[in-house]
Design a protein around this ligand. Structure first.
Ligand code: CUA
Length: 318
């Protein structure tokens, strides 16, 4: 409790207590949060205050002091049972209503599929045939339903500004939804520890006007004519592969093209177009010595011409 209060107060002091409220559900969640927070503060101050006051007032003044015989106080006991019960029911009713709101997406919501994978998020727009995009763009003021799944381990999709968060689990779909109320860009993070790259497993929701959204769907969705460099960044490759020479989870891409790599097991391989292509589609077929076979497959999440663009980009990294 004390830790909680100090943490919240510290955050409130430095950066504002909360991220912006950018969805229809956000004010409701905040309302409930502040209600519980203030309630806790009142009880904390009241109880600790009473402890200190009583400890001072009824301290043993001499060894002759005797505690008076008290058998019980029915009125007091009733009160300290009834008041918390009522408060608890209020909290339950209030949060249950919000939880129902959050759990049932409107029937006309825009359908977006979210795939979590160590360590990036990708999105599919089934209605428009656009798949494997690395950003989520939604129109302002319209409900959006996220149907989420994971290709490997447990992740969690959290949009602080929308006050929504739900686990993303392999072999199962989980659903959450939101209606964004403000145009802007809002961070997304993974909030279940999922391995080395957990902290960089970020994304963002871009909220735009309806015409901009339609324009994006028609023209940019699916990568459009992005350069290899943009694709390399947007597909999340940079999380594990530096382009500067430093060793991360995977080998650096600097000077990679044309190099001879030694694989786990001692075999050697020349890094050419085919090797790069294979490493994107079937990453663990030929793993470089000194690294773990942890790269996820990008099969189905990347188009052939995007692979070509990435290969061309890697050639420039000398
Ligand atoms: Cu994905 Cu943490």
């Amino acid at each position: 409790m004390t830790l909680f209060v100090t943490t919240v107060l510290a955050n409130a002091g430095t950066s504002g207590a909360m991220p912006p409220q950018a969805s229809t559900i956000a004010p409701e969640v905040d309302g409930l949060f502040y209600f519980i927070f203030i309630l806790c503060t009142i009880f904390f101050v009241g109880i600790v205050g009473a402890i200190i006051y009583f400890a001072a007032k009824y301290r043993q003044r001499s060894s002759n002091d005797r505690t008076s015989a008290i058998d019980g106080n029915h009125r007091l006991e009733l009160l300290w049972s009834a008041i918390p019960t009522v408060l608890l029911l209020v909290i339950f009713g209030w949060s249950f209503r919000i939880w129902l709101d959050m759990s049932v997406p409107p029937g006309d919501a825009i359908d977006v599929r979210v795939t979590g994978q160590k360590w990036s998020w990708s999105y599919d727009y089934p209605a428009s045939g656009c798949v494997g995009v690395s950003e989520i763009v939604v129109p302002v003021g319209e409900p959006v339903k996220l149907t989420m799944s994971s290709l490997d381990v447990l992740h969690s999709y959290f949009v602080p500004a929308f006050r929504i968060k739900r686990d993303v689990i392999p072999n199962r779909y989980t659903v959450q939804w939101f209606t964004a109320t403000e145009v802007g860009t809002y961070p997304v993070s993974c909030t279940e520890y999922c391995g080395t790259g957990h902290s960089i497993m970020a994304s963002q929701v871009r909220v735009v006007s309806r015409p901009e959204y339609e324009d994006w769907l028609a023209n940019d969705c699916g990568g459009g004519d992005k350069s290899g460099e943009e694709l390399f960044r947007d597909k999340g490759c940079l999380a594990c592969h530096s382009v500067t020479g430093s060793k991360l989870v995977g080998p650096t891409m600097l000077g990679l093209y044309g190099r001879e790599e030694t694989l786990v097991g001692g075999e050697k391989v020349l890094v050419d177009d085919n090797y790069i292509r294979e490493s994107i589609i079937n990453p663990n077929a030929k793993v470089v010595q000194g690294y773990d076979p942890v790269m996820p497959t990008f099969k189905g999440r990347i188009k052939d011409r995007q692979i070509d663009a990435i290969i061309d980009y890697l050639k420039t990294l000398k």
